[in-house]
Design a protein around this ligand. Structure first.
Ligand code: FAD
Length: 404
């Protein structure tokens, strides 16, 4: 492992940093919170005006050639090296920016899945507008009775002439209320073993028969949705891969996510903000940042965040040596989201009763953003595979423990 960057890589970092500084200030304003860099779901994009600013930001990202540094050039991406991608990710997260603008799922996972498994026609039709952010995508996987056990999904599709006809329900679909398109996992063979009867469809969200019902979360925002399908017709050419092979297609997506570096969270930025908070508030009658208990906590968080970063570099090094990343990406997801939750909860502890004041209410410290964070941080430990599921994966596939 070599932690030094070459002069060219340092120059690349400086260029990205300068671009982010100018652009985030132009779009989101000086000292304003960005839209939140939660890569899991974009749950915290907030209200319409924030969404519009995020779209503006996306356009600038695209114009600068940074919207998809990890995509090969032949598909309109940046064709960046793994190190350049990691540098871009570190910098974007340090500014609190989502890595792929307003089209997180499309650029991170769905586009690459189409590059691997889609037809030429599908690639030509969908990839360009993913990049520009003109068509927003969401992911219809989870159902009321199929979350951790995704392969148990029941939304059905039957072939009728040139179409699939879809009936059923999805839930927790982030951004469905803003999305133009959706990747949808459906059951096309109910007789086959559960992993073998699933297909992967590309669905136009404006199709007749789709109803999107927003779910209001504890934060007061409505970032995810229930989606109902009532005889929705999906043209056969929108099938990705073979019929009943949708599980393999979704695994390809997962593999790509691992190769592209796995889940990333802006936890270091949050810890720096916690330090600033500790300088402003009192704790047990003294400035919080001088209190031994607070100092110990801050140091502990900083050490953990550094371990996380080094562990990501270790994984990057093994990828650079040509090794395929394995289930250790579960460790990154688990550790980052749990650390993020503990940091947010500690901020609440520092704030005491003030920590319970809602966003925007009189007396709320920093506009109440810490209480918002605590409320949304829990969701990140569930999205994209809950902490318990990550523990299972680590136990079984990394530590080789017997199945529970
Ligand atoms: C913020 C957010 C955004 C999301 N966005 C999307 C999206 O865009 N598209 C989409 O399809 N889904 C999305 N989801 C859904 C997410 O994928 C599911 O919530 C997640 O997979 C868990 O499934 P579940 O909610 O059905 O819980 P369940 O699977 O019912 O689990 C309930 C509890 O049991 C535990 N549990 C379950 N099985 C096991 C086991 N084998 N061993 C130990 N413990 C277990 C879980 O950890 C959990 O604590 C999102 C969720 C959140 C929170």
């Amino acid at each position: 492992m070599d932690f030094r960057f070459t002069p060219e890589e340092d120059a690349f970092r400086a260029k990205i940093h300068a671009w982010l500084e100018t652009t985030t200030r132009a779009v989101f304003g000086r000292g304003q919170d960005g839209p939140g860099a939660s890569t899991a779901s974009l749950m915290d994009v907030g209200d319409e005006s924030r969404w519009q600013r995020l779209k503006q930001y996306h356009r600038r990202l695209y114009d600068a050639g940074y919207a998809a540094l990890h995509w090969p050039k032949q598909y309109g991406g940046g064709g960046a090296t793994l190190i350049e991608q990691a540098i871009y990710q570190d910098e974007a997260l340090s500014f609190g920016m989502p890595l792929y603008g307003c089209n997180q799922l499309a650029i991170d996972r769905i586009g690459p899945t189409l590059m691997f498994m889609g037809t030429q026609a599908q690639q030509d039709r969908y990839l360009p507008s993913m990049l520009t952010g003109e068509e927003i995508w969401c992911q219809g996987y989870s159902e009321p009775n199929a979350g951790s056990d995704l392969a148990g999904l029941q939304t059905r599709a039957v072939v009728d002439g040139d179409s699939f006809v879809v009936n059923g329900q999805k839930v927790w679909t982030s951004l469905a209320h803003r999305a133009d398109w959706q990747v949808l996992l459906v059951r096309t063979d109910s007789e086959a073993p559960k992993h073998k009867g699933i297909s992967y469809l590309l669905v136009d969200m404006k199709s007749p028969g789709i109803t999107v019902r927003p779910l209001v979360q504890i934060t007061g925002d409505a970032g995810f949705n229930e989606v109902f399908y009532d005889n929705v017709r999906v043209p056969k050419e929108n099938l990705v891969g073979e019929i009943n092979q949708g599980w393999q297609v979704s695994i390809a997506t997962l593999m790509y996510e691992r190769v592209s570096g796995g889940t990333r969270h802006p936890v270091e930025r949050t810890i720096n903000e916690l330090l600033e908070l500790a300088k402003q508030v009192q704790f047990e009658g003294m400035p919080a940042h001088q209190h031994p208990y607070v100092r110990q906590k801050l140091a502990q968080f900083a050490v953990e965040a550094r371990c996380l970063r080094l562990s990501r570099y270790r994984s990057l090094t093994s990828q650079l040596k040509g090794k395929i990343p394995g289930p250790e990406s579960s460790f990154g997801k688990l550790f980052a989201t749990e650390l993020n939750l503990r940091v947010a909860m500690f901020a609440d502890e520092l704030l005491g009763p003030y920590g319970t004041l809602e966003k925007g209410s009189l007396g709320a410290v920093e506009g109440g953003r810490w209480s918002q964070r605590t409320l949304s941080a829990r969701g990140l430990t569930i999205a994209a595979g809950s902490s318990e599921i990550q523990h299972n994966i680590i136990g079984e596939r990394v530590l080789k423990l017997p199945k529970g």
